[in-house]
Design a protein around this ligand. Structure first.
Ligand code: FES
Length: 56
């Protein structure tokens, strides 16, 4: 599933970034070499990061 339409970032990429230490959408996007743009995806990305951090 695509999380961020602006950057075509997939859920699996956000999960991987979270496992590797990203704690917010901006740092997760940086980890995959992209930058936040419109911000519409932030709440969903944050949910994914929180969920991944909880299981780490
Ligand atoms: S959908 Fe992610 S920055 Fe626009």
């Amino acid at each position: 599933m695509v999380v961020c339409v602006c950057n075509a970032i997939r859920e699996c990429e956000v999960r991987k970034a979270a496992r590797e230490g990203a704690r917010c959408p901006a740092s997760a996007y940086r980890a995959v070499g992209r930058k936040p743009r419109c911000g519409q995806c932030f709440s969903f990305a944050r949910e994914i990061i929180t969920a991944e951090a909880a299981t780490a």
